[in-house]
Design a protein around this ligand. Structure first.
Ligand SMILES: Cc1cc2nc3c(=O)[nH]c(=O)nc-3n(C[C@H](O)[C@H](O)[C@H](O)COP(=O)(O)OP(=O)(O)OC[C@H]3O[C@@H](n4cnc5c(N)ncnc54)[C@H](O)[C@@H]3O)c2cc1C
Length: 351
């Protein structure tokens, strides 16, 4: 029976990026995905690459900034290897704030809206309008490019069959059991996102945090250039003229249905911010499940079971954190120095 060096459970952006990184260093890798790769949180995300000290938890800042810096190369490599575009944009973000905030990071600068984003209307509720250099990416395109890259590089895939257990032999990992079959590997890494806690032998305390979004067709492709974040909604323009409006943060179990009233509320918030969107067509709405954890930090590292690793709990930042997660986790799995202090993310904190 065929054996792999590493089995990655879950084909979201975290599992795919890690599979590519391991494969690049010569490991044989099998990704075992319950459904289709890249159709869950990584498909639902907005794709803002936020490492702003005002919004990023201090414990995550170093990894967030490192990952944001890796993005141009990460995206470029996926585009070249897959032949697909991922729409990495670097026009920056405009933050509309309600309260005067101390501008901790010197990278936030006041901006004149009329010049920067003429169609955006800040109301009297917004006491501060700040600009920040920041990128965004199209997560669906990114995930599709990562999937193609992984396949091109010889990562194997099993789709449509969930992992039901991680197998042990003499207390060491020996592979996984799925609903239909089993696969052999001495190393397994759990990248199952919001579902990570459902696979034994460790019950990681991940939980789903629902986010509803909608997508509008801008009347012109350049109606908005920047990502806009306001207290009621954020707006993410794509280069093809789509505009994403998001997002709720809800504890609703594994329910992925959208609620018409919630979508309308987001829609109204978008129209308030950009009145010229009044006639913009709604192209789509959807909901996805972010992998949340009790302390809102990811879970990264080796577990107490030899050969079993975890990379999950990326909550609102999994698109941003994909490159750095792939780098540090491939180091951990190969027994190299991860070059970052991962103690705040250790699975042992929940043991
Ligand atoms: C509305 C919304 C907006 C967001 N916006 C942003 C943003 O702007 N920027 C950002 O950085 N992040 C954002 N996020 C967060 C980001 O989407 C997630 O953190 C990231 O996608 C997590 O990736 P993942 O690979 O861990 O999870 P997922 O993409 O959910 O992948 C996990 C995979 O595991 C599979 N799986 C589950 N159980 C099993 C099993 N038993 N066996 C096999 N496979 C299994 C699933 O089918 C799934 O494909 C957003 C999320 C949402 C929902």
């Amino acid at each position: 029976m065929k054996t792999w060096d590493v089995i990655v459970v879950g084909g979201g952006i975290i599992g795919l990026s890690l599979a590519i990184s391991l494969r690049k260093r010569g490991a044989s890798v099998l990704v075992v995905e319950r459904g289709e790769p890249g159709r869950e949180a990584s498909h639902a995300a907005g794709g803002m690459l936020v490492d702003c000290p005002l919004e990023t938890s201090p414990a995550l800042q170093t990894l967030a900034t490192a990952s944001a810096r890796m993005y141009p190369e990460f995206a470029h490599e996926l585009e070249v290897e897959s032949g697909m575009k991922v729409d990495l944009r670097d026009q920056g973000t405009i933050l509309l704030l309600r309260d005067e905030q101390e501008q901790q990071g010197s990278d936030l600068v006041p901006v004149e809206l009329a010049a920067a984003e003429p169609e955006l209307s800040a109301t009297s509720h917004h006491t501060q309008v700040l600009f920040r250099k920041e990128r965004s990416v199209d997560p669906r395109a990114l995930t599709a490019a990562a999937l193609k890259t992984a396949k091109n590089r010889g990562v194997d895939f099993s789709s449509g069959d969930p992992v039901t257990a991680v197998n042990l032999s003499d207390d060491h990992v020996s592979g996984v059991t799925t609903a239909k079959t089993s696969f052999l590997a001495e190393k397994v890494v759990n990248c199952a996102g919001a579902w990570s806690g459902q696979i034994g032998p460790h019950t990681f305390p991940t939980h789903p945090v629902k986010g509803q979004m909608l997508c509008l067709a801008m009347p012109s492709r350049t109606l908005l250039k920047h990502v806009i974040r306001s207290p009621k909604a954020y707006l993410i323009p794509r280069s093809d003229g789509r505009l994403l409006v998001g997002a709720t943060v809800e504890e609703a179990g594994f329910d992925k249905r959208t609620v018409p009233e919630t979508i309308q509320k987001l829609h109204r918030a978008a129209l308030e911010l950009v009145p010229k969107l009044a006639d913009a067509k709604i192209l789509e709405d959807w909901a996805g499940l972010r992998p949340g954890t009790p302390d809102a930090l990811p879970i990264l590292g080796a577990t107490a079971t030899p050969g079993y690793y975890v990379a999950t709990g990326h909550f609102r930042d999994g698109i941003l954190l994909a490159p750095i997660t792939a780098e540090v986790m491939s180091a951990v799995i190969e027994g190299r120095n991860a070059e970052y202090d991962l103690s705040a993310f250790s699975p042992a904190r929940f043991a």
